[in-house]
Design a binder for this molecule. Structure first.
Ligand SMILES: [Zn+2]
Ligand SMILES: [Zn+2]
Length: 338
């Protein structure tokens, strides 16, 4: 493979500045790393939170993007897990220390010294990217690169969120029906659950889309569903939804917040939490979450609805995500045929 010296990347110089197309050197893989030629990269709310300065310590300048699909083109010293030419996925969890109490107890998602893709490490809005081979995933065949990209964060952190709702759930609410919602609705339906989808008030396109994805009911986030929920997943970064979800959740039910950032949660009367209702968050992913989910997704089979953008339009993709201008997931197709 002929690897060029220079590449194009969409670069973030500092928060609140627009991404711009820059020429950068193609990086060389260090020990245990692979160099990937990027095919596609999903766009996530977390990218917006970095852009907005709500996540406060990004590496700068930074290449955003942490749902990367790429082909291995060069191996660093000691990298033996994947052959040249294999198509891999790179998720948000880019590396851990492997030694802290969380890593040692199966909770590497909470590692004390993690490195996150597209935050601490350059991500996938570029023609090439590096990844630690230990944190990459084999991808199911049968998906085009743009279709499989949203599984790598919306899908697998969404899946962790879904699992935290508990095994006993039959009536499941999903607040914020975007990339994660449309994937998890399919998984939940496949597992025999009744999905209730809640969208921004008046977003009839998203409500119609939710019904197509298998929801039995779709409505505004301020509405009451026809039955109380056993659990609710919140994928929109909107704190007041926690209170709305508690109001519609039965005794002993769980409200799981799936995002990395949320606006403030307003105060609410204790009786909404009373009777053993639980509010919890989900942080990041473990490799086990990813492996489980990527095995499950083709069995459902999960289909992703993607709106693709060219690399130089990554900024527009983020803007359209912010304003909710499409249903499903946004993906940057770095390789036009991806
Ligand atoms: Zn993400
Ligand atoms: Zn650790």
């Amino acid at each position: 493979m002929n690897i060029p010296l220079k590449m194009h990347a969409m670069l973030l110089e500092s928060p609140d500045k627009a991404l711009h197309l820059a020429e950068m050197s193609v990086p060389h893989p260090g020990p245990g790393q692979v160099l990937l030629k990027v095919l596609s990269c999903g766009v996530c709310h977390t990218d917006l939170h970095i852009l907005n300065g709500e996540l406060t310590r990004p590496k700068l300048p930074l290449v955003l993007g942490h749902q990367i699909v790429g082909t291995v083109v060069e191996l660093g010293a000691g990298a033996t897990r994947f052959p040249i030419g294999e198509r891999l996925g790179v998720p948000w969890l880019g590396a851990t220390d492997g030694t802290c109490r969380f890593c040692r107890s199966g909770q590497e998602n909470l590692c004390d010294h993690p490195l996150f893709t597209g935050y601490d490490l350059d991500g996938g809005f570029a023609e090439y990217t590096l990844a630690d081979e230990r944190f990459c995933f084999r991808l199911p065949s049968g998906y085009r690169a743009v279709e499989v990209a949203p599984l790598l964060c919306a899908g697998l952190i969404g899946y962790r969120t879904y699992r935290m709702a508990g095994e006993q759930v039959e009536a499941l609410g999903i607040y914020g029906f975007g990339a994660a919602g449309h994937i998890l609705a399919q998984v939940a339906k496949h597992q025999g659950k009744r999905v209730y989808a809640f969208t921004r008030p008046g977003d009839f396109a998203a409500q119609e889309f939710a019904l197509q994805c298998g929801a039995v009911w779709a409505g505004d986030s301020t509405q009451s569903p026809p039955e109380l929920l056993d659990a609710a997943l919140i994928f929109a970064p909107v704190g007041p939804l926690v209170v709305e979800a508690l109001k519609t959740t039965r005794k002993g039910g769980t409200v799981v917040c799936g995002g990395i950032h949320m606006s403030d949660i307003p105060s609410f009367p204790y009786h909404l939490l009373w009777e053993e209702r639980v509010i919890r968050s989900v942080a990041n992913l473990t490799r086990r979450d990813g492996e489980e989910f990527l095995e499950l997704a083709p069995q459902v089979p999960v289909r992703t609805d993607v709106k693709t953008f060219s690399q130089e339009h990554a900024g527009q993709a983020l803007e359209q995500l912010r304003t909710g201008q499409f249903v499903g997931a946004a993906v940057v197709a770095v390789e036009p045929e991806a």
